[in-house]
Design a protein around this ligand. Structure first.
Ligand code: COA
Length: 151
């Protein structure tokens, strides 16, 4: 068994609980600091209640190392109910250990169990991390583009 396989075997994926919010925010801040990206704090704090059935936590030795926040939404053309990934975050100290892969696979299983046949994430065109990761996971780029009006 290689060192990476040993590390992976300690990863535990479990459903997200309301008590996880502080740890989720801490990871979000850590990622934002590293990447100087937008912070998603408002999204997490504003809407945790409705998303817990499709959201998961990754623990390594009891420490929270990553999370995936997703919800059911009706979108697209034709309109269909899909599982929409809102945030995927892995603590930079735990990158490249297969944690994001396990989180996404847990979500895919949960969606399949709920008869949601499509899972989607919106990713900015400039994102050089999430795009290759989701391509690696078998996600294909779709046809939707966003039109935004700022008020
Ligand atoms: C992208 C991210 C989720 C990957 O997490 P991870 O746990 O390191 O991913 P995994 O170990 O499961 O990666 C599996 C595979 O995906 C691909 N991959 C992962 N990160 C990648 C990257 N930055 N660039 C290219 N490919 C990548 C690789 O093929 C990798 O396999 P390998 O490690 O054997 O090369 C993590 O880097 C992250 O959280 N980034 C910040 C995301 C973010 O900004 N979230 C907030 C907005 S939604």
């Amino acid at each position: 068994m290689t060192a990476i396989e040993r590390k992976e075997s300690k990863v535990r994926i479990r459903p997200m609980e309301p008590e996880d919010i502080d740890n989720v925010l801490a990871i979000d801040r850590k990622i934002s600091g590293v990447r100087r990206a937008v912070t998603y704090t408002d999204l997490i704090t504003g809407d945790l209640g409705g998303v817990l059935d499709l959201s998961f936590i990754a623990e390594v030795d009891g420490q929270i190392a990553g999370f995936i926040l997703a919800r059911r939404v009706y979108v697209g053309e034709p309109v269909a109910e899909v599982g929409l990934i809102q945030i995927l975050g892995v603590d930079p100290d735990y990158w490249h250990q297969g944690i994001a892969t396990k989180l996404v696979n847990a979500l895919l299983d949960a969606c399949q169990a709920k008869k949601l046949n499509t899972v989607r994430i919106m990713i900015t065109e400039r994102d050089s991390q999430l795009q290759p990761f989701f391509a690696h996971m078998g996600f294909k780029r779709g046809q939707l583009i966003d039109y935004t009006k700022t008020l």
